[in-house]
Design a protein around this ligand. Sequence first.
Ligand code: BES
Ligand code: MN
Ligand code: ZN
Length: 514
Amino acid sequence: MTELLFDDAATFSSPLLTLFAVDIATGGRDADALPTLLTTSDALSDAVGEFLTSGEFRAECGETLLLHRPAGLRAERLLVVGLGKVKALCPAELRKAAGTAIRFARARNIQAAALHFPEDRALSDEHLDTLDCLPAARALVEGILLANYEPDTYRNDRKDHDLERMTVLAPAQQASTQEEIRSGFAEGQSIAAAQNWARVLVNEPGNILTPAELGRRAAAMAAEAGLSCEVHSTDTLRELRMGAFLAVAQGSAEPPALIVMRYEPDERLPADAPVLGLVGKGITFDTGGISIKGAEGMHHMKYDMAGAAAMLGAMQAIAALKLPVRVLCIVCAAENMPSSTAYKPGDVLTTMSGTTVEVLNTDAEGRLVLADGLHYAKTLGATHLIDAATLTGACVVALGKVNSGLFSNDEDTCDRFLRAYRSAGEHFWRLPCTDDYKPLIESSIADIQNTGMDRYGGAITAAMFLKEFAGDTPWVHLDIAGQAWIDDARSDIAKGPSGVAVRSIVEWVRTYTA
Ligand code: BES
Ligand code: MN
Ligand code: ZN
């Protein structure tokens, strides 16, 4: 349970009360300035007292300081969490610090935590103008809920670490901003719930989350969220002549699933209002097919449907936020397997758009299913396209696990995404896909080929392939291979599925609200 209370933190009874602090040192005259607590409460400041003047706590982002039985407070423990340099303070730091507090409590089997809403009034004007309450409240609750997720569904010894009660305490005197804090809090809850739902999907193993099961989970979510949803399989793919999607699916005993989800806002929108098409790669397991992968790390390929999960999660959030924009979502789900019915290197496929593709490597399957997904979204009326996919290892080589790849054929659409990921606090880095790279996918056998001739520029090669199917429609492509799975736990987040891109996609959609 997450709640928002306008209450005095000093008199609030909780096993753990969290207070935020910033580093105001600038390196000049005040190089040794002590961290400042983001509270106007004397009782809270007094409780921290000399611990702050000791100089042992620098308020770096995510740094913690714990006090038991803090004097003058009703809380059993007081946790001070750093937000880093005041000049660099953004909602992202709040999200991380709130998450750190929650995981600090989880690791110690503490069942409930309260967090003091940061008060910018505690700072002088020279340090920080204002902390925008709505995004701050949103980031705070996102940090809390994202930190409370653990991918331990299948462990019999799973302890019930989930915090039962998480309370954000905002000082009552901030009455003028109460409404903003309330909206930010509600938004953050919807978005984080959607992101966590996506993480649950990504964590599911391939034997449980088959394409059909992904379809069922999507349909169940849609029914609850008030979205329309259809799930199709092989027959419809044949009718639609989705030759590329069908080829990838044909090697598996598990039938493919084509998920079509629609969000129609309550508001009456002009007939020419944009229709945003969200397309997700839903490979529920990627063995590589006949161009089979090595055994090492292959189990990770259960997360090859993270793009689909991101899109479906975004749809859930869009419906919850009731954004006034038309959105449709296409997920192409299949299993990429080697078998006597599998597609083969050298095969020539005819995609739904009519473009023919020579298959050089059956492990480049994501771009094939997306080719038909992108084209189908256009036939359903999408005026702007965005796709997300764990598409290439090459993208991870290029950007590491810090940034996901971003590609686009349109400056305005791309600019909107740049703004979107920044306000969502995610990390993307744009890579080129200009026509100079077109030779990479030119084939003498078919219109195009599904890989380049060597491994150079592999992420771009994949983007160039998708760009053929976006055509003239403004399009953004997200290669999330490096960020969809977190290898090592961080102070604010468990290791495992990240739910990356859900928040940025929601913010991108929001830029189209009039
Ligand atoms: N699903 C993989 C990409 C991937 C790699 C995702 C690592 C997450 C982590 C994709 O289908 C793939 O196999 N791509 C190939 C393309 C190559 C054959 C041109 C790759 O990256 O090696
Ligand atoms: Mn592959
Ligand atoms: Zn794949």
